[in-house]
Design a protein around this ligand. Structure first.
Ligand code: NDP
Ligand code: HSE
Length: 405
């Protein structure tokens, strides 16, 4: 029997407990041994819940029990998760987590600690919820030199944008719905301002390029400035707006990364990714592009990914699974130099505005939307972030802009 402990009995933690109980027999066959949840740590009590029998409130109970071989964390936040992860590894226990804040900040160090001790630190559920994407990076994609990773990486914001686009619902009520369904972070600002997707693209690019990509270096915008009128314009072009995280290596070897809403057309496979689903397209130098798709958030899909890590760790007790993610920092290309086309909305629609636009941006593509009046909307050619900001600063009638793929 292999004893494990779960830290946190919220949405994901209770899901881990449920998946391990529901699929106990088949998991036992696959591991070749039973997995026993010896402890669940939480701050609260859960009267009447089966977890009561194994519930503890003090991490030291878990730490000081030499029978516990694996600790699965689903509390969220950097602390105390980081301290618990270090202590668990120092006392000979493998660790796995769904916590992207922890992984993005300390993943490289925790991987090194696990390697030194012949243990494992795994984090499949930290990106893409239930989608297997971290493990393929360390297995099926290892022959490749990765050149680009691009995807819809946040379930809450994709759910909000889908409901606003397809059902005309308002932002606040859909966010509340996403929270009720257990998709959103405890502080949903992390979802809607893009911070969660930023940590996920930082993790993926660290794995793709093998060095530490600091999430603080990634230009990040969320969806809070997207209005129903922006969505109407996108629809009038036969396109949709999606929050996309992207990391790309140029021919000269420099890596750029960004999280922002993009207008995309049906020529992109991400166009069809709706609701809480996420998708991550990975391009390798010999493989070309592959895409991973599935539920990006939610109790059981996420829990399934954590249980996959528990199973892997149970199958590799005292056997480190190699993951290449050095602590050395990867310097990203400056955000100012990244280029894009921009969809722009200005108030007013007289001829002078169009002349001014032409003078500032050169030839642009005018965008018509029958439901909107009193505005001039257009798409620029491909220009740098810096040049866009300089050009748009001379327009006091500027309303909004969204990058176009
Ligand atoms: P929840 O808030 O639902 O659950 C967290 C649980 O951990 C709560 O029961 C909380 O107790 C408990 N907890 C917090 N701090 C401590 C502590 N110091 N000691 C013991 N227990 C503690 O969060 P989720 O389950 O949604 O998310 C957990 C992690 O998984 C996060 O990192 C999140 O980003 C990640 N994740 C979540 C997904 C989802 O769909 N929800 C998907 C993928 C990843 P209390 O409520 O009393 O504070
Ligand atoms: N809040 C996150 C999301 C959970 O909505 O994608 C999954 O990481």
């Amino acid at each position: 029997m292999i004893n494990i402990a779960i830290l946190g009995y919220g949405t994901v933690g209770s899901g881990i407990f449920e998946v391990l109980n529901t699929n106990a027999k088949s998991i036992s066959v696959k591991v070749g041994d039973d997995i026993n949840v010896k402890y669940v740590l939480d701050l609260r009590d859960f009267p009447g819940d089966p977890v009561e029998k194994v519930l503890v409130h003090d991490f030291d109970t878990i730490l000081n029990d030499p029978e516990v071989a694996i600790v699965a964390e689903a509390m969220g936040g950097v602390e105390p998760a980081y301290t618990f992860a270090k202590k668990a590894l120092e006392s000979g226990k493998s660790f796995c987590t769904s916590n992207k804040e922890l992984v993005a900040k300390h993943g490289a160090q925790l991987l090194a600690m696990a390697k030194e001790r012949n243990l494992n630190f795994l984090f499949e559920a930290s990106v893409g919820g239930g989608i297997p994407v971290i493990r393929p990076f360390n297995e099926s994609l290892t022959p490749e030199q990765i050149v680009e990773v691009s995807g819809i990486l946040n379930g809450t914001t994709n759910y909000i944008l889908t409901k606003m686009t397809c059902e005309g619902l308002d932002f606040d009520s859909v966010l509340k719905d996403a929270q009720d369904k257990g998709y959103a972070e405890r502080n949903p600002e992390a979802d809607v301002e893009g911070y969660d997707a930023c940590r996920k693209i930082a993790i993926l690019s660290s794995l793709a390029f093998g060095k530490q990509v600091d999430f603080e270096d990634i230009k990040t915008e969320g969806i809070t400035k997207i209005t129903d009128i922006d969505i109407m314009y996108a629809k009038s072009m036969g396109k949709v707006i999606k929050l996309i995280g992207n990391a790309k290596k140029d021919d000269n070897g420099s890596v750029s990364a960004m999280v922002a809403p993009f207008i995309i057309g049906s020529d992109s496979p991400l166009f069809f990714v709706n609701d809480v689903f996420n998708a991550i397209a990975v391009t390798g130098n010999t493989l070309d592009t592959v895409m991973f798709y599935g539920k990006g958030a939610g109790k059981l899909p996420t829990a399934s990914a954590v249980v996959a890590d528990i199973i892997d760790e149970a199958k590799h007790l005292n056997d480190n699974i190699k993951v290449v993610w050095d602590e050395e920092k990867l310097e990203l290309k400056k955000a100012d130099d990244m280029t894009s086309r921009f969809f722009v909305r200005l108030s007013g629609d007289d001829a002078k505005i169009k002349d001014n636009v032409k003078a500032a941006f050169g030839e642009v593509e005018t965008v018509e939307c029958s439901q909107v009046s009193g505005e001039y909307a257009f798409i620029t050619g491909c220009i740098s972030e810096k040049d866009f900001e300089t050009a748009i600063s001379s327009f006091p009638n500027y309303i909004n802009r969204i990058r176009v793929k």
